[in-house]
Design a protein around this ligand. Structure first.
Ligand code: ZN
Length: 422
């Protein structure tokens, strides 16, 4: 084994690997590593070849199709580093694969340093994006044990192929995929680390290369239906109308105020109305029915509950003011997933060592790490995201920021191994 490289040399190697992967699996429109498809398989084959060449260890796949690479130490106590190689169609060059390739470098560094005390395990989660079938975090939620396979079995892609069929094509049997949970439970996991591009504008707005992630937002997602009375637009005086759209519009404005009311510096929350469906959708009719979606997110469970209660009250008021009825239907919700205090401090220290300061922020998007929170101490680090853009070919972390982020994460990996060894 060659001598252990400096973190600068390591960062360069990760960036070279990222560029190589981008060349291999992108076209003019961006990255095309959609899970369960041929380009994704090509990316994983490239990754497995690299692992075997550089580390001389086995590349295994669990029951849910997640790739595991283990660098054994003197003890079974394990630090897991993970992310995902899959991308959305026309995706960016960093989303997911940054976390996997920096993990590979962490293992290469540990191997070069000689036999370690701790075992390191690198995981490439299958189908984080859910880009083809609509369900995200497939591999990690199977390993985390929260996946209900009946929710995904019959999901279909645009060509009518089911999720179960696509997985079978890749050697994963949907009926036994939850065995991945038993497999993960056998690992003596002491820490879970994940590096990901922020996919938002916060670090850029502060000109910080990297940040410590506090946890992933809890989400309340609902459809709200206002029902009034469709009527002729010419003959019905405004005070006599029961306009369902105006109730929804009033509600949408109230949702923005709720988001602003509960936002604090360093503790932002969000409320979004992304869908509005109006009936009868005729230019000469007063809208009789209007359905509107609400997606609320916050890191603090109590704040999220208050935001949700406020939204319920705002919908009642909007309904009363417009003489219409209102009903709610839940689409989905998840509690906030808070990361481990001790690992948060280690992450701050690592960021500080490389950049001279540190900054903490929550994650609006969900990540595979959220599925690991119930099972082991978990933390994430974010990389600066130019213009906050992701899931598009413009996604980027400028090289000087990327280099610092990679170095900080490698320092975190070593700190976590040392602290678990104690
Ligand atoms: Zn991602």
């Amino acid at each position: 084994m060659p001598a252990k490289p400096t973190t600068e040399q390591s960062a360069q190697r990760v960036i070279d690997d990222l560029r190589e992967l981008a060349l291999l699996t992108s076209d003019a429109a961006g990255a095309q590593r959609v899970a369960w498809g041929p380009v994704w398989r090509k990316a994983r084959q490239w990754f497995a070849d690299k692992v075997r060449r550089d580390l001389d260890v086995e590349v295994a796949t669990d029951a849910a199709g997640n790739i595991h690479v283990v660098l054994p130490g003197k003890r079974d106590a394990t630090v897991i580093i993970a992310s995902h190689l899959d991308s959305v169609p026309n995706g960016g060059w960093l989303d997911g694969c940054l976390g996997v390739l920096v993990g590979l470098e962490a293992l290469r560094r540990a191997a070069a340093a000689g036999e370690c005390d701790l075992t390191l395990r690198l995981i490439d989660w299958a189908d984080e994006e859910g880009a083809r079938f609509g369900r995200s975090l497939v591999g990690s939620s199977a390993a985390g044990g929260s996946l209900n396979v009946e929710d995904i079995r019959n999901l279909k892609d645009r060509d009518g192929i089911t999720q179960a069929e696509a997985m079978r094509e890749n050697g994963v049997n949907i009926d036994s995929m939850l065995d991945a949970h038993k497999q993960l439970k056998q690992v003596d996991a002491r820490a879970y680390l994940e590096l990901h591009i922020e996919q938002g504008p916060v670090l850029e707005s502060l000109n910080k290369s990297t940040g410590t992630v506090l946890g992933t937002f809890g989400v309340e997602r609902h459809m709200i239906k206002f029902t009034g009375q469709a009527a002729h637009s010419g003959s019905t005086p405004i005070p006599m109308r029961r306009d369902a759209f105006l109730a929804a519009a009033q509600f949408a404005l109230a949702a923005r105020e709720i988001g602003l009311k509960y936002s604090r510096p360093g503790a932002n929350v969000v409320c979004t109305c992304g869908i509005v469906k109006v009936e009868p959708a005729i230019v000469t009719a007063v809208p009789g029915v209007c359905e509107i979606s609400l997606d609320q997110r916050a890191l603090d469970a109590n704040v999220l509950a208050q935001m949700h209660a406020d939204a319920r009250a705002a919908s009642e008021k909007a309904a009363n003011d417009n003489n219409v009825a209102v009903e709610w239907k839940k689409i989905w919700n998840i509690a906030p997933r808070l990361f481990d205090d001790r690992l948060l401090r280690l992450c701050d220290e690592a960021v500080n060592e490389i950049t001279g300061d540190s900054y903490r922020l929550p994650s609006g998007p969900l990540h595979d790490a959220a599925e690991m929170v119930p099972h082991m101490p978990t933390v994430m680090m974010f990389a600066y995201s130019a213009r906050g853009l992701s899931h598009c070919k413009e996604e980027d972390t400028p090289i000087e920021h990327l280099e610092k982020t990679i170095r900080a994460f490698l320092v975190l990996a070593e700190k976590a191994s040392e602290s678990v060894s104690l």
